[in-house]
Design a binder for this molecule. Structure first.
Ligand SMILES: [Cu+2]
Length: 252
């Protein structure tokens, strides 16, 4: 396995990463990928929703089950593009707990997004008390990694909790359910979510998304990914990857 996803705090290839993303933007690849998340369709009941049903918040139970595998495939497609340009690259993850709102490596880099509306890093006070405060905490992340329950509940807690918190704390396009991938931090935030899932999977080897038929199709990628192979990040052939652990305080 050659692909190791590092924390944004320790990632050592920012210049190469920026260059590759700029190239993706220039070629139109970045926009094409971002559009996949934004595409909508009209449901039989007349509601407009995301074509790929990848969020529980909008698609109920099926969405909660598709959320993690669908975004895992989406990140792999993004990482493949990066590596086509420079195969020394991998996607860093936003190390919520060590980064502490500093956005190391990505603070002044927003890809297609016009801007962010950031919340306050820990310990900073707003004068008018109206800014959103930093909401991540390490204990929450670690508790989720070792969450003892089943997949559905785990996924629901992860999507509605840490995942939603990150989108909203960054604000701007990131807080938009369609256009969030316009901001480069989208990919790193979702890698952080994916890392928590990967960690949880090693603790709960029997737990699966339990999707079948059309619900299990990770569209629009045809049969490239199936629920079975996407479950194991070390068994994805040339796309196999692993996560470098975040730095954690030593347990006494
Ligand atoms: Cu998201």
């Amino acid at each position: 396995m050659t692909i190791i996803r590092q924390s944004n705090v320790t990632f050592d290839r920012w210049p190469q990463f920026r260059k590759a993303v700029k190239e993706m933007i220039a070629k139109g690849t970045y926009e094409r990928l971002a559009q996949i998340h934004a595409t909508q369709k009209i449901e039989p009941d007349g509601l407009i929703s995301a074509r790929h049903r990848m969020h529980g918040a909008f698609h109920g139970p099926v969405g909660f089950r598709r959320f993690l595998p669908w975004h895992r495939a989406y990140l792999i497609i993004f990482e493949r593009e990066l590596r086509t340009i420079d195969n020394s690259l991998s996607l860093p993850y936003w190390d919520w707990d060590n980064d502490l709102g500093r956005l190391i490596g990505v603070s002044d880099f927003s890809a297609l997004s016009p801007g962010r509306n950031l919340g306050l890093p820990p310990g900073q006070r707003s004068e008018n008390n109206q800014s959103r405060e930093w909401e991540f905490n390490e204990t929450q992340t670690m508790n989720l990694e070792s969450y003892p329950g089943e997949y559905f509940t785990f996924s629901r807690i992860l999507e509605g909790g840490l995942h939603a918190i990150g989108h909203n704390w960054i604000g701007g396009d990131m807080a938009n359910t369609r256009f969030s991938p316009n901001d480069i931090i989208f990919w790193m935030h979702h890698a952080a979510v994916d890392r928590v899932w990967a960690k949880w999977q090693t603790n709960n080897p029997g737990e699966r998304a339990f999707l079948s038929g059309n619900d299990a199709r990770l569209d629009p990628w045809g049969s490239q990914f199936t629920i079975d192979n996407i479950n194991d990040i070390s068994d994805l052939g040339a796309d196999s990857y692993s996560y470098e652990d975040p730095q954690r305080p030593a347990t006494p």
